[in-house]
Design a protein around this ligand. Structure first.
Ligand code: HEC
Length: 216
């Protein structure tokens, strides 16, 4: 994630810096294009990828893009302010807030419980269904959180185990959106297995005496 962001940022920087012998107007055009891309990113509604095909007439003037005005800079390397701002942005990365145990107790356990007990705690109105949808979504997304750098215990089996939970949560989210109690009840096994699989592999003193698949 961080590497990707850094790549994207560095790539964007190189696009500007790598122009052959930039004339003042050429460089300004390139910088304006970058500013225009950034303002499209800012202006794009959530979830909508910025389109590079937008006509130039739709672009706001560069001054609104939060960039130093490019025309004020003499020809030469890109302004160092811009460079350091990019480097600073490159240091922003996902950060661990809760311990593994806290994630389990505060998020994974209550959200999975809502699905495991669907038949005895069936939502009775839209508000309760919305809550259940949120919990199922949370269970799926916490699967992603478990895959984060700093949380993933390795890049192989751990990711597979976390994906089991993400998949179970995603299926539960779909079923909850359909208010499908039977489908949610059928997902019980899948949810449960996703917990016990990872716990057998990674939770110390868990499931002692039960053999772990020797092939793994
Ligand atoms: C990808 C791995 C993984 C998955 C999936 C997973 N867990 Fe865990 N879980 C762990 C690890 C590792 C621990 C031990 C954490 C520690 O003690 O530091 C743990 C511990 C726990 C604990 C004990 C926390 C404590 O400190 O008391 C609970 C409760 C728990 N998990 C619930 C669940 C449930 C419910 C699910 C399935 C819906 C689940 N976990 C799925 C890895 C996982």
């Amino acid at each position: 994630m961080r590497t990707l962001a850094w790549f994207l940022l560095t790539g964007a920087f190189l696009t500007v810096a790598g122009l052959p012998s930039p004339s003042a107007s050429g460089r300004q055009a390139a910088t304006s294009a970058t500013s225009a891309r950034q303002s499209r990113l800012l202006a794009a509604p959530a979830g909508q990828a910025p389109s590079s095909a937008s006509p130039a007439s739709q672009q706001p003037p560069p001054a609104t893009a939060g960039q130093p005005p490019s025309s004020a800079t003499p020809a030469g390397p890109p302004p160092s302010l811009t460079t350091s701002a990019r480097q600073e942005a490159g240091t922003i990365a996902p950060r661990i807030i809760g311990t593994m145990s806290e994630l389990m107790v505060e998020i994974v356990y209550p959200t999975s419980d809502a699905i495991l007990y669907i038949e005895t705690r069936t939502p009775t109105n839209d508000v309760e269904w919305n809550e259940l949808q949120g919990k199922a979504l949370m269970l799926a997304e916490v699967g992603n959180l478990l895959m984060m750098p700093g949380r993933a215990r390795d890049q192989g089996r751990w990711l597979e185990d976390a994906k089991l939970m993400r998949d179970a949560g995603a299926a539960a989210f779909r079923a909850a959106k359909n208010k499908d109690v039977a489908a949610l009840a059928e997902l019980n096994e899948q949810v449960y297995v996703s917990c016990t699989t990872c716990h057998q592999h990674y939770r110390s003193n868990y499931g002692r005496g039960r053999p772990v698949d020797p092939a793994r």
